[in-house]
Design a protein around this ligand. Structure first.
Ligand code: PRP
Ligand code: URA
Length: 206
């Protein structure tokens, strides 16, 4: 299973401001969307394409188009990455998985699930933070329970080593795309150095 750290200079540049505690929610939202765009582009780099015949104003030619894509943001924080994907791929089908970590046990509690058909489609799971990996793993399990996708890719902003290991063990078939692989988790399950609580910073609920 692979972990790709998207080390494009623009991604690194955007991540600095996302990490900065003084970045306010309106700016945080804008930058998160831009970074998600860079991450999504990397995540779909090796997606298979389909040959199509087209007619330009001058002659006929061939091109290649993407197959069926599904985006699944993990609520809430994953919503901060969704718009980038829907703008890049307006035809994308969108499913939602609502998970919230219990603060004491750090176990994800499921509160919502609505998925489109996933059979033979390529699925991008969107969640900015891969901390213990409990939420990411539960979301990937839910998608596999819903059908048999052609592929599942996990796209996040910051990953902790603990979360990467958890996904590798539970879902060795799912590659991870992240802007940063951080050092460790603290005693409360927050990523260090991290960027704090992504959902709170995105929605101003701190
Ligand atoms: C955050 C984040 C992930 C999860 C990661 O969500 O968006 O879903 O924590 O932690 P884990 O890898 O240890 O499971 P949170 O539960 O805080 O909910 P929110 O998105 O509603 O803020
Ligand atoms: N969820 C967050 O939003 N941030 C972390 O550091 C860990 C989990």
């Amino acid at each position: 299973m692979s972990v790709t750290v998207v080390d494009h200079p623009l991604a690194e540049h955007l991540l600095v401001s996302l990490r900065d505690r003084t970045t306010p929610p309106p700016v945080f939202r804008t930058l998160a969307k831009r970074l998600a765009l860079a991450l999504a582009l990397e995540a779909i780099r090796d997606l298979p394409t389909v040959e199509v015949a087209i007619q330009t104003p001058l002659e006929s030619t061939k091109g290649r188009t993407l197959g069926d894509l599904v985006a699944v943001p993990i609520l809430r924080a994953g919503l901060g990455m969704l718009e980038a994907v829907t703008e890049l791929f307006p035809e994308v089908a969108v499913g939602y998985i609502g998970l919230e970590r219990d603060e004491a046990s750090l176990q994800p509690q499921s509160y919502y699930r609505k998925l489109p058909p996933v059979d033979e489609r390529h699925v991008l799971v969107l969640d900015p933070m891969l901390a213990t990996g409990g939420s990411g793993s539960a979301a990937c399990t839910a998608i596999k329970e819903a059908g048999t996708p052609a592929s599942i890719r996990f796209v996040c902003v910051v990953a902790a080593p603990e979360g990467v290991t958890r996904l590798q063990v539970d879902h060795p078939d799912i590659p991870i795309f992240t802007a940063a692989l951080d050092r460790e988790l603290n005693d409360h399950g927050y990523i260090l150095p991290g960027l704090g609580d992504f959902g709170d910073r995105l929605f101003g609920t701190e």
